[in-house]
Unconditional design. Sequence first.
Length: 216
Amino acid sequence: MTNTITERLGSCYTGVVHDVLRDVGVDDCLLPSELRPLLPEKAICGPAFTIEGHPDESVSVDDTLLAWTDLLSKAPEGHIWVCQPNTQDIALMGELSSETLQMKGLPGCVIDGKIRDSEFMVKNGFQNFHNGFTPRDIPGRWIPISSGQPIHIGTLMIEQGDYILGDRDGLVRVPRAIADDVADRAVTAMHTENKVRSGIMGGMDPQDAYLKYRKF
């Protein structure tokens, strides 16, 4: 078994992690289904680096870009950039920013809003969960108000360091306080599912397989 929480959770898929969270009493764990992966075949996993901002057309281009590059500088290696922009009119990730994050060792982004320069990000293999596209960018139009603080996306409050797992099926948040236990349970559940699968493929009745392993 791999050692880190990111490695263990990242070896799983969102369905099994969701099921483990349900079993331990965490029902509200899914980010909105409207957030879809730019690269459907690529999963991402890691602790969240949380960002919030809002549209503001009173700020200068320079003020926006100074604040934005400060966020890029703060982004920790191995974390997922998770942003609540509070707007659906402006792209909150593009080519140069994504290349910067990729170089810093971030596996991807979750944006509760729009992105741009998508062809470049596809070419570079940088994952973005988002809800659409627009060429409209942030300079002189948007300003960050916090980083590393709790943010809300959909019904979820996401805290800095909560774990995010995203794949083709969607996004799951694992609270940091239970992430280690959930990672172990999810890996165990996948191993059990493999036994069920092998039993059924070997001719076992599906109900007998369920009764034997109590997993399906």
